[in-house]
Design a protein around this ligand. Structure first.
Ligand code: 4AD
Length: 430
């Protein structure tokens, strides 16, 4: 019976064959303990000298890290391992012997591991992070599908900038200049006017010269956009969505969270509603905490966000930022035109901003005024104005950064470990 490690619990007491790699090994005289991995999981296989032919025992004892094999044996319960089962081996067929695998169980520097990302992905830690990433994506589709959203795929090659022009990747589109998408939002607004509630999930490109543990040059963003929804209603969607994702990861990634030694008691508290503080109050809070560089009108950086997050054990919304430091499309607060109806959601434990969102300007004249102020001209922007001309409605949306969310839930410090092949300021390979 050929199976995988993840399916092993179904075969207790039976003999099975698994295609696997050797991730680690130890042996003591008459017994060899093989740590197997097969992509679906990790499991120990025990090879006892007395139970197998001599050549099989020698093969097991001398097997090198990352050698590939088909391995056969009986599945028994093993209460000591977190996985709960192990294999008592009866046969091994070597597929390929791996010679001098560069990543050994000893410590390696980050640059070395990044250079070997194509192999580093095989480690138990990276396997766990990728599984958690996958669960967040799965839960995202479930949440938005169950709540009546239609998945929409905005273009990657665009003629317009959604978030300002400084961070654009330029490319040639035949005779025209084009950019790699920095957000699908403008297109999602058009789609929301056609389909009501929509969401996208796609790659996002920002030519940011930031070298921090939260910035990638290429990252993945989940962007919902909702017609007939105001800012407060959008915040409710955000807290429901984030709570759902966190609880899904807790339920479906127990082994992975355990491998990463994630403190899950902190994640268990993540249930809607989330606290909200205004930008004004955040400025006061930071001044009280001794930040001399903060005054009304400045944008917050990572240390500010971390300091604010410290006061809460759930993600916190910082709402109503000054209009002048936010994007052109955000709707001014009807009671105070110097701030806009927007919010950033800051994750707890210092993982930073995971969501940026806002209610959008729906008034044609005000949008025309913004176009003038921001010098938005030409066919790349003309169509977006028409959304305010033909049946304009209140609408809101937001973008959640997948990698920062993976970092938070996995408890990994740097976003470079949260995407299979990170694109960083000085890294385009592997
Ligand atoms: O706040 P941002 O720039 O929002 C937008 O792009 C809106 N157009 C979204 C919308 O309303 N539809 O980015 C949203 C999120 C951030 O909160 C952060 O989680 C993530 O995207 N993000 C990054 N993640 C990794 N590396 C970067 N360089 C990131 N820049 C933003």
């Amino acid at each position: 019976m050929k199976t995988t490690i993840s399916q092993v619990p179904k075969y207790e007491g039976q003999a099975v064959t698994i295609g696997a790699w050797l991730s680690n090994k130890r042996s003591s005289g008459k017994i060899a303990f093989l740590q197997l991995r097969d992509g679906t999981g990790f499991m120990q296989a025990v090879v006892a000298k007395n139970d197998v032919a001599e050549d099989i025992f020698q093969l097991a004892k001398n097997m090198t890290q990352e050698s590939s094999m088909y391995i056969t044996g009986n599945i028994v319960e093993d209460k000591r391992s977190p996985f709960g089962y192990e294999m008592q081996v009866s046969d091994i067929k070597l597929i390929q012997e791996a010679v001098d695998y560069p990543i050994t169980p000893k410590e390696h520097g980050t640059e070395f591991l990044m250079d070997h990302r194509h192999l580093w992905l095989r480690s138990k830690r990276q396997h766990s992070v990728m599984k958690i990433r996958n669960e967040i994506i799965r839960a995202t589709y479930q949440f938005f599908n169950e709540n009546g959203y239609v998945k929409i795929d905005p273009p990657i090659l665009t003629g317009a900038s959604a978030e300002g022009t400084t961070e654009l990747f330029h490319t040639q589109y035949f005779d025209e200049e084009a950019y790699l998408s920095q957000s699908g939002q403008l297109y999602l607004e058009a789609a929301a006017m056609a389909l009501g509630k929509v969401f996208s999930f796609g790659p996002t490109f920002r030519a940011e010269k930031s070298k921090t543990r939260r910035h990638l040059i290429e990252f993945w963003m989940i962007e919902p956009e909702m017609a007939f929804m105001d800012h407060d209603e959008s915040l409710e969607v955000q807290e429901q969505y984030v709570s759902f994702v966190v609880q899904s990861v807790l339920m479906n990634c127990k082994l992975e969270l355990d491998t990463l030694e994630r403190d899950t008691s902190k994640l268990e508290k993540i249930k809607a509603p989330f606290p909200r503080i205004s930008y004004d109050d955040a400025v006061e809070m930071l001044k009280e905490k001794g930040f001399d560089d903060v005054e009304w009108g400045v944008d917050f950086g990572a240390p500010h966000e971390t300091a604010i997050a410290e006061s809460f054990d759930k993600p916190v919304f910082i709402t109503n930022y000054p209009a002048e430091i936010k994007a052109f499309y955000m709707k001014p607060d009807p009671e105070r035109s110097d701030v806009v109806l927007c919010a950033d959601l800051i994750a707890p434990e210092g993982y930073g901003e995971i969501i940026g969102g806002s209610q959008r300007i729906d008034d044609l004249e005000l949008m025309k005024q913004r176009y003038e102020e921001h010098d938005l001209t030409g066919p790349a922007y003309k169509w977006y104005l028409e959304l305010r001309q033909y049946g304009s409605v209140p609408h809101s949306g937001f973008g959640l950064g997948l990698e920062r969310t993976v970092a938070w839930l996995s408890g990994v410090e740097h976003v470079r470990e949260t995407i299979p092949f990170p694109r960083l300021l000085n890294r385009l390979y592997p």
